[in-house]
Design a protein. Sequence first.
Length: 233
Amino acid sequence: MAGRATTASATGARLRLNVAYSSWDLIWSHVHRILVINLGIAAANLPLLAALQLHHHPWRHPLLFGPLLLLTGPSLAAAFAYLDEAGGSGQPPVRAYFRAYARLFRPALLASSPYLLAAGVAVADVVMLRTTPLGPPLVPMAAVVAVLALLSHVVSLAHVARHGIVARGAFLLVPFAVVRHWFLTLVNLVLLSAGLLLVNQAPLLGLAVLPGCVLSVLWHNCRSMPLLTPPPG
């Protein structure tokens, strides 16, 4: 009996897990990156958040929300650039996010405009055609175009964040990469849909937790989609 007790105690001692300092440092680095991204996105999109508080049906005010949605591009590109700078376990300061925002503002707008325009036109077609005789054949096509444009928008911003430019031919190659890497695209779509749904249900809690977590996974997925290399020089 004593032998069994000794064996059990020894087994219990072996089962105790002590988290090493490096593991805690890795966990805190991840949490730090998530908090910085959430703070940066919230600060960069304060006009959009304020407009959403005033108008609960943004699709009825396209002239107001169109430019505000376009301004989300630089904030997402800055988040991807911040993750690139952080690498595997780094902790860049908060100002690194806003430096990336200022540096990537123009190329991110250039990359965002065609995709958001295509998505907006496709969504408008869905709204206008859904009650017409042409709705059944055309609405699903327009919906696919809208989803493809939004997902291509995210991938293009990740590319801009990594290279700092809008490469020539990106507007054709990015949708091709999105379709070719369909599994990663499906994961991105599920994450974005779930994130938007949760933020819609609990805005404050969702915005405080979800953007950084979702964008971290999207960043890894987009890095797995080889697209273009920046021109030499």
